[in-house]
Design a protein around this ligand. Structure first.
Ligand code: ZN
Length: 303
């Protein structure tokens, strides 16, 4: 009787410890697929509607298998995944600090060659976690200011690091902003039009952070905001880890912007493998005069 109770208790605990993670692919164990751990569960944005768009977008390519860890406040204690099971962690998380051991394992994972993708408000997260801020390069809100690093933007053909005082993170109104590729020979941007519009959303500006080992791939002019050419797509290296950081992706509707989807797919593949083999757009699909949108199911699995 006692033995049975122990078994029941043990299996209940086992269930609890794994309940945070859901798997989103029928052929999860297919060896050629890139294994992604999407982390969400807390955000000042609508993560409930946003994460499925990202999952559908990546799944449409047939190149990824995705686990989703929904880390609500009450789940934080249970959140301690084996990060090394994944090629890349995709963060749609803007919330409370994780357990010490989880954060330590995450830093070790990235340092030793694990990889990370940071989407929009995920760069608001963890203002006081030093290593995380080094991974993301730049962040916003959460009391960030000059103590956290310079403003970094683009001016007269080069990157400016500006140590002036002030808040980190703001944005103007929602609009279709023009993304300009500044580094054309990177795997993530190769073959994209030099200029294209992202679907209507806010454009982050005045981000600040350590900005070390960071490459700005694309910028957008923050009209009505900082009035500067602000970083939109960035890559960072942290130890042996590759990080792709996109400020796009405010809402589930703007996540249907072709600009968001295409760069998310390319950036996630690059972070995971160091290379990009996927391309679903031609210049016609990212027209210069309007922001194109599409449902994820319209994404072609092969170019
Ligand atoms: Zn937003």
């Amino acid at each position: 009787m006692i033995k049975n109770s122990i078994i029941i208790l043990a299996s209940a605990l086992l269930e609890l410890s794994f309940s945070v993670i859901t798997t989103y692919a029928a052929d999860q164990n297919s060896p050629e697929k890139i294994k992604v751990l999407l982390v969400d569960g807390q955000n000042n944005h609508d993560w409930v509607r946003c994460s499925p768009v990202m999952i559908d977008t990546l799944n449409a390519t047939s190149r990824f298998s995705i686990d989703r860890a929904t880390v609500t406040k009450s789940e934080i204690e249970k959140f301690n995944p084996d990060f090394t099971d994944y090629d890349v962690v995709l963060s749609n998380y803007n919330g409370a600090r994780w357990k010490k051991e989880t954060e330590k394992a995450f830093v070790k994972y990235i340092k030793e060659g694990g990889n990370l993708v940071v989407v929009h408000a995920a760069n608001n997260s963890f203002p006081n976690w030093k290593e995380f801020n080094e991974m993301i390069g730049l962040g916003g809100w959460g009391g960030r200011n000059e103590k956290d690093g310079p403003y970094v933007y683009w001016k007269d053909g080069k990157i400016v690091t500006d140590n002036s005082k002030g808040r980190g993170g703001s944005h103007g109104k929602h609009w279709e902003y023009k993304v300009i590729v500044r580094k054309k020979d990177h795997p993530i941007t190769r073959g994209l039009p030099i200029e294209f519009l992202q679907a209507k959303e806010e454009l982050y500006d005045r981000l600040r952070g350590p900005g070390k080992n960071m490459t700005i791939l694309a910028t957008a002019f923050a009209k009505g905001g900082s009035e500067r050419d602000e970083p939109v797509l960035m890559t960072i290296t942290y130890g042996k880890g590759r990080i792709f950081h996109t400020v796009m992706g405010h809402s589930h509707t703007s996540m249907k912007g072709v600009a968001f989807q295409e760069t998310l797919i390319r950036g996630t593949e690059w972070a995971a493998t160091g290379n990009v083999t996927f391309s679903s757009v031609s210049a016609a699909e990212l027209p210069a005069d309007r922001a194109a949108s599409r449902d994820p199911e319209k994404i072609k699995p092969e170019n």
